[in-house]
Design a binder for this molecule. Structure first.
Ligand code: ADE
Length: 229
Protein backbone atom coordinates (compact mmCIF):
# COMPACT_ATOMS: atom_id res chain seq x y z
CA UNK A 1 0.00 0.00 0.00
CA UNK A 2 1.08 3.55 -0.68
CA UNK A 3 -0.14 6.39 1.57
CA UNK A 4 0.34 10.08 0.78
CA UNK A 5 -0.27 12.48 3.67
CA UNK A 6 -0.94 16.16 2.94
CA UNK A 7 -0.14 18.31 5.95
CA UNK A 8 1.12 21.71 7.06
CA UNK A 9 3.21 19.91 9.70
CA UNK A 10 5.31 17.16 8.07
CA UNK A 11 7.48 16.90 11.19
CA UNK A 12 4.43 15.56 13.06
CA UNK A 13 4.81 12.24 11.24
CA UNK A 14 8.51 11.58 11.72
CA UNK A 15 8.70 9.44 14.83
CA UNK A 16 5.36 7.60 14.51
CA UNK A 17 6.33 6.37 11.04
CA UNK A 18 9.70 5.19 12.35
CA UNK A 19 8.30 3.22 15.28
CA UNK A 20 6.80 -0.19 15.97
CA UNK A 21 4.86 -2.11 13.32
CA UNK A 22 4.56 0.94 11.08
CA UNK A 23 8.36 1.01 10.81
CA UNK A 24 8.38 -2.76 10.18
CA UNK A 25 5.73 -2.47 7.47
CA UNK A 26 7.79 0.22 5.72
CA UNK A 27 11.03 -1.77 6.09
CA UNK A 28 9.40 -4.89 4.61
CA UNK A 29 7.88 -2.71 1.88
CA UNK A 30 4.26 -3.57 2.70
CA UNK A 31 3.84 0.18 3.03
CA UNK A 32 5.36 3.33 1.56
CA UNK A 33 4.45 6.73 2.99
CA UNK A 34 5.00 10.07 1.31
CA UNK A 35 4.48 13.12 3.52
CA UNK A 36 3.65 16.16 1.39
CA UNK A 37 4.30 19.60 2.88
CA UNK A 38 1.26 21.71 1.98
CA UNK A 39 3.23 24.87 2.73
CA UNK A 40 5.13 24.31 -0.53
CA UNK A 41 1.85 25.02 -2.36
CA UNK A 42 1.04 28.19 -0.41
CA UNK A 43 0.79 31.57 -2.11
CA UNK A 44 2.68 34.82 -1.59
CA UNK A 45 5.85 35.48 0.35
CA UNK A 46 4.42 33.73 3.42
CA UNK A 47 3.20 30.71 1.45
CA UNK A 48 -0.27 31.34 2.79
CA UNK A 49 -2.75 28.46 2.81
CA UNK A 50 -5.80 30.04 4.45
CA UNK A 51 -8.15 32.94 3.88
CA UNK A 52 -11.16 34.60 5.53
CA UNK A 53 -14.55 32.90 5.09
CA UNK A 54 -17.02 34.35 2.59
CA UNK A 55 -20.08 35.53 4.50
CA UNK A 56 -17.97 36.51 7.50
CA UNK A 57 -17.44 34.74 10.79
CA UNK A 58 -14.59 33.72 13.05
CA UNK A 59 -11.63 31.65 11.94
CA UNK A 60 -9.97 30.99 8.63
CA UNK A 61 -10.64 28.54 5.83
CA UNK A 62 -8.09 26.48 3.89
CA UNK A 63 -8.11 27.98 0.40
CA UNK A 64 -8.89 25.70 -2.56
CA UNK A 65 -5.94 26.61 -4.80
CA UNK A 66 -3.02 25.14 -2.86
CA UNK A 67 -4.99 22.04 -1.86
CA UNK A 68 -6.07 21.39 -5.46
CA UNK A 69 -2.50 21.71 -6.68
CA UNK A 70 -1.28 19.29 -4.06
CA UNK A 71 -4.13 16.86 -4.86
CA UNK A 72 -3.92 16.99 -8.68
CA UNK A 73 -0.99 14.54 -8.95
CA UNK A 74 -2.81 12.18 -6.55
CA UNK A 75 -5.88 11.69 -8.71
CA UNK A 76 -6.69 7.98 -8.90
CA UNK A 77 -5.80 7.38 -5.25
CA UNK A 78 -8.56 7.12 -2.64
CA UNK A 79 -8.62 10.61 -1.14
CA UNK A 80 -9.71 11.00 2.48
CA UNK A 81 -10.18 14.30 4.30
CA UNK A 82 -9.81 14.18 8.09
CA UNK A 83 -12.34 16.50 9.69
CA UNK A 84 -14.60 16.46 12.76
CA UNK A 85 -17.49 16.87 10.29
CA UNK A 86 -16.73 13.51 8.64
CA UNK A 87 -18.34 10.09 9.13
CA UNK A 88 -17.16 8.46 12.35
CA UNK A 89 -14.27 6.00 11.92
CA UNK A 90 -14.90 2.39 12.93
CA UNK A 91 -13.29 -1.01 12.34
CA UNK A 92 -15.41 -1.67 9.24
CA UNK A 93 -14.11 1.57 7.70
CA UNK A 94 -10.50 0.56 8.45
CA UNK A 95 -11.13 -2.89 6.91
CA UNK A 96 -12.42 -1.14 3.78
CA UNK A 97 -9.56 1.40 3.60
CA UNK A 98 -6.99 -1.41 3.94
CA UNK A 99 -8.17 -2.76 0.56
CA UNK A 100 -6.99 0.31 -1.41
CA UNK A 101 -3.60 0.22 -3.09
CA UNK A 102 -3.18 3.96 -2.73
CA UNK A 103 -4.62 6.23 -0.04
CA UNK A 104 -4.30 9.99 0.30
CA UNK A 105 -4.91 11.49 3.75
CA UNK A 106 -5.58 15.23 3.80
CA UNK A 107 -5.09 16.87 7.19
CA UNK A 108 -7.42 19.83 7.57
CA UNK A 109 -6.49 22.80 9.78
CA UNK A 110 -8.18 26.08 10.68
CA UNK A 111 -11.99 26.12 10.60
CA UNK A 112 -12.07 23.70 7.69
CA UNK A 113 -11.36 23.43 3.98
CA UNK A 114 -13.17 25.20 1.16
CA UNK A 115 -16.22 23.02 0.41
CA UNK A 116 -15.37 22.84 -3.31
CA UNK A 117 -12.31 20.80 -2.37
CA UNK A 118 -14.33 18.52 -0.09
CA UNK A 119 -16.92 17.97 -2.83
CA UNK A 120 -14.78 17.60 -5.93
CA UNK A 121 -11.30 16.52 -4.87
CA UNK A 122 -12.09 14.20 -1.95
CA UNK A 123 -13.69 10.74 -1.96
CA UNK A 124 -14.74 10.59 1.69
CA UNK A 125 -14.54 12.63 4.88
CA UNK A 126 -13.71 10.85 8.14
CA UNK A 127 -13.80 11.92 11.80
CA UNK A 128 -12.06 9.97 14.58
CA UNK A 129 -14.59 11.04 17.20
CA UNK A 130 -16.97 13.65 18.52
CA UNK A 131 -14.35 16.13 19.67
CA UNK A 132 -12.29 18.80 17.94
CA UNK A 133 -8.51 18.55 17.63
CA UNK A 134 -6.14 21.21 16.30
CA UNK A 135 -6.08 19.51 12.92
CA UNK A 136 -6.30 16.19 11.09
CA UNK A 137 -2.72 15.01 11.75
CA UNK A 138 -3.51 12.77 14.73
CA UNK A 139 -6.53 11.41 12.85
CA UNK A 140 -4.31 10.58 9.85
CA UNK A 141 -1.95 8.69 12.17
CA UNK A 142 -4.90 6.80 13.64
CA UNK A 143 -5.89 5.69 10.14
CA UNK A 144 -2.32 4.74 9.19
CA UNK A 145 -1.93 2.63 12.32
CA UNK A 146 -5.36 1.03 11.98
CA UNK A 147 -4.78 0.14 8.34
CA UNK A 148 -1.15 -0.98 8.57
CA UNK A 149 -1.87 -3.74 11.06
CA UNK A 150 -4.38 -5.21 8.58
CA UNK A 151 -1.88 -5.46 5.72
CA UNK A 152 -0.90 -9.10 5.06
CA UNK A 153 2.39 -10.04 6.73
CA UNK A 154 2.56 -7.10 9.16
CA UNK A 155 0.99 -8.64 12.30
CA UNK A 156 2.71 -11.95 13.14
CA UNK A 157 -0.37 -13.99 13.99
CA UNK A 158 -3.38 -13.19 11.75
CA UNK A 159 -5.70 -14.94 14.25
CA UNK A 160 -5.09 -12.08 16.68
CA UNK A 161 -6.76 -9.75 14.16
CA UNK A 162 -9.67 -12.02 13.28
CA UNK A 163 -10.73 -12.41 16.89
CA UNK A 164 -10.62 -8.96 18.47
CA UNK A 165 -12.84 -6.20 19.77
CA UNK A 166 -15.50 -4.95 17.32
CA UNK A 167 -15.11 -7.81 14.81
CA UNK A 168 -18.22 -9.56 16.12
CA UNK A 169 -19.76 -6.34 17.45
CA UNK A 170 -18.55 -7.09 21.00
CA UNK A 171 -15.67 -5.83 23.13
CA UNK A 172 -12.90 -8.27 23.90
CA UNK A 173 -12.95 -10.36 27.09
CA UNK A 174 -10.39 -9.70 29.88
CA UNK A 175 -7.01 -11.41 29.45
CA UNK A 176 -4.63 -12.82 32.07
CA UNK A 177 -1.09 -14.15 32.01
CA UNK A 178 1.30 -15.64 34.57
CA UNK A 179 1.56 -15.64 37.52
CA UNK A 180 -1.75 -17.29 38.42
CA UNK A 181 -1.68 -15.33 41.68
CA UNK A 182 -0.24 -11.80 41.83
CA UNK A 183 -0.24 -9.76 45.08
CA UNK A 184 -3.06 -11.95 46.29
CA UNK A 185 -5.09 -11.40 43.10
CA UNK A 186 -6.15 -14.64 41.44
CA UNK A 187 -6.85 -15.47 37.82
CA UNK A 188 -10.42 -16.77 37.26
CA UNK A 189 -10.41 -20.50 38.05
CA UNK A 190 -12.00 -21.56 34.77
CA UNK A 191 -8.99 -20.31 32.77
CA UNK A 192 -6.73 -22.75 34.65
CA UNK A 193 -9.13 -25.69 34.21
CA UNK A 194 -7.90 -26.88 30.82
CA UNK A 195 -11.57 -27.28 29.80
CA UNK A 196 -11.67 -25.57 26.40
CA UNK A 197 -15.44 -25.63 26.14
CA UNK A 198 -15.88 -23.99 29.55
CA UNK A 199 -13.17 -21.41 28.74
CA UNK A 200 -14.90 -20.51 25.45
CA UNK A 201 -18.27 -20.12 27.23
CA UNK A 202 -16.71 -17.95 29.95
CA UNK A 203 -15.03 -15.71 27.37
CA UNK A 204 -18.25 -15.22 25.44
CA UNK A 205 -20.12 -14.32 28.66
CA UNK A 206 -17.40 -11.82 29.55
CA UNK A 207 -17.59 -10.22 26.10
CA UNK A 208 -21.35 -9.76 26.44
CA UNK A 209 -21.09 -8.46 30.01
CA UNK A 210 -18.39 -5.92 29.16
CA UNK A 211 -20.19 -4.73 26.09
CA UNK A 212 -23.45 -4.22 28.02
CA UNK A 213 -21.69 -2.34 30.82
CA UNK A 214 -19.38 -0.17 28.72
CA UNK A 215 -21.00 0.06 25.32
CA UNK A 216 -24.77 -0.38 25.62
CA UNK A 217 -25.01 1.11 22.12
CA UNK A 218 -23.20 -1.96 20.71
CA UNK A 219 -24.99 -4.40 23.03
CA UNK A 220 -28.37 -3.26 21.71
CA UNK A 221 -27.83 -5.70 18.82
CA UNK A 222 -27.75 -8.62 21.29
CA UNK A 223 -31.21 -8.79 22.91
CA UNK A 224 -30.65 -12.16 24.67
CA UNK A 225 -27.30 -11.20 26.23
CA UNK A 226 -28.47 -11.54 29.88
CA UNK A 227 -25.56 -11.38 32.29
CA UNK A 228 -25.68 -14.72 34.10
CA UNK A 229 -22.50 -14.97 36.11
N1 ADE B 1 -9.58 17.40 12.90
C1 ADE B 1 -9.93 18.01 14.06
N2 ADE B 1 -10.67 17.22 14.82
C2 ADE B 1 -10.81 16.04 14.14
C3 ADE B 1 -11.49 14.82 14.41
N3 ADE B 1 -12.17 14.62 15.54
N4 ADE B 1 -11.42 13.85 13.49
C4 ADE B 1 -10.74 14.03 12.33
N5 ADE B 1 -10.09 15.16 12.02
C5 ADE B 1 -10.12 16.15 12.92
Amino acid sequence: MHIAVLTMFPEYFRSPLDTSLVEKARRLEHLTVEVVDLRAYGTGPHRQLDDAPFGGGAGMVMAPGPLAEALDPLEGTHRVLLTPAGRPLDQATLDRLAEFESLTLVCGRYEGVDERIAEHFIDEEISIGDYVLLGGEVAALVIIEGVVRLLPGVVGNPASIANESFRDGLLEEPQYTRPAEFRGLKVPEVLLSGNHQKVAEWRQRQRLRRTMQRRPDLAADFPDSEDDD
